[in-house]
Design a protein around this ligand. Structure first.
Ligand SMILES: O=C(O)CCC(=O)C(=O)O
Ligand SMILES: [Fe+2]
Length: 292
């Protein structure tokens, strides 16, 4: 008998999730995120969904597959075109400051006017709360020492002003506006930081499942700087040695989830501690599917 390609616990996991009515794409994404070849994941899920006995599935998969090989992130054509120096949105021309293909990172010089930045800060004051992070085990949000900032969310298209920004942001990110989470405002005081993290939901932690269930994985991020920071507060990508300096009205874009649902670990990033001054940002996270 040939070697079983997928460990028994994965077969059980697929069976259990299918019987709970989980989305097949989501299950595939989770397995791909754990390093299994998409073809292996799809075949295993499809066979189990067709009601085949788990043991026979193991053997069939073993015959059909090369084994549960791990796959690296496959870079596809970036969503935001790299072969242009500016992007014309419906209401303004946004200039590209820096671009990088692998991982895909870009900066934009003038995404928001100084007045729009001030307006966002003004509207956020009074509704700020201590920032939370997603707990790996439960998926619930909790206070965390790695994220020392205050923040607030605006509902998607909450009013005309926010809707204008939501639309412009989506045009720049080249992704449907309705796939976007509502923009988040963050405020860091001196010493405030956001330690290295991924914006995507790790597939292998239980707490991610409730987030993946609506809209799927996050695919890209746009961090917009709402003020000048005197010292510190850079957005850094420690594994590739890139730091983006905050500048009022400018933004950094990065993408990390391809059409197969694989995620790019090179987009590990942090908000460096603010040394002098304060830092206000506005973040947009895009999902694979419709979120709103
Ligand atoms: O503060 C920063 O520069 C990074 C913020 C960030 O990583 C996020 O909002 O996901
Ligand atoms: Fe982030």
């Amino acid at each position: 008998m040939q070697q079983i390609a997928l460990p028994q616990e994965w077969l059980n996991w697929i069976k259990e999730n299918i019987s709970r009515g989980c989305d097949i794409n989501m299950l595939t994404n989770i397995m791909v995120g754990k390093g299994y070849a998409p073809s292996l994941a799809i075949q295993a899920i499809t066979m189990i969904k067709e009601g085949k006995d788990v043991t026979s599935v193991s053997n069939n998969i073993a015959g059909a597959m090369m084994g549960g090989e791990r796959v690296d992130y496959t870079y596809e054509t970036p969503r935001v075109p790299l072969n242009t120096n500016y992007i014309d949105t419906s209401d303004k021309r946004v200039y590209i400051g820096m671009k990088m293909e692998k991982p895909t990172i870009m900066t934009f010089d003038n995404l928001m006017s100084p007045e729009e930045c001030d307006e966002l800060v003004k509207r956020s004051s009074g509704r700020m709360q201590q920032s939370r992070v997603v707990d790996d085990a439960t998926g619930k949000e909790s206070l965390h020492k790695d994220r020392t900032s205050e923040g607030t969310f605006f509902k998607f298209m909450e009013d005309d002003f926010i809707a204008m920004l939501d639309r412009r942001i989506a045009e720049v990110m080249h992704w449907p506006a309705e796939n976007g989470e509502g923009i988040q405002i963050l405020h860091y005081r001196p010493g405030g930081e956001y330690k290295a993290h991924f914006d995507y939901f790790p597939y292998d932690v239980a707490g991610s499942q409730r987030h993946l269930a609506t809209g799927g994985q996050r695919v890209s991020t746009l961090v917009m700087y709402l003020n000048d920071v005197e010292q510190g507060g850079e957005t850094t990508f420690p594994d590739i040695g890139v730091s983006v300096v905050p500048k009022k009205g400018s933004a950094v874009y990065f993408e990390y989830c391809n059409s197969k649902g694989q995620v790019d670990k090179l987009t590990l990033h942090a908000g460096n501690p603010v040394v002098k001054g304060e830092k206000w940002i506005c973040t947009k996270w895009m999902r694979q599917n419709k979120y709103n």
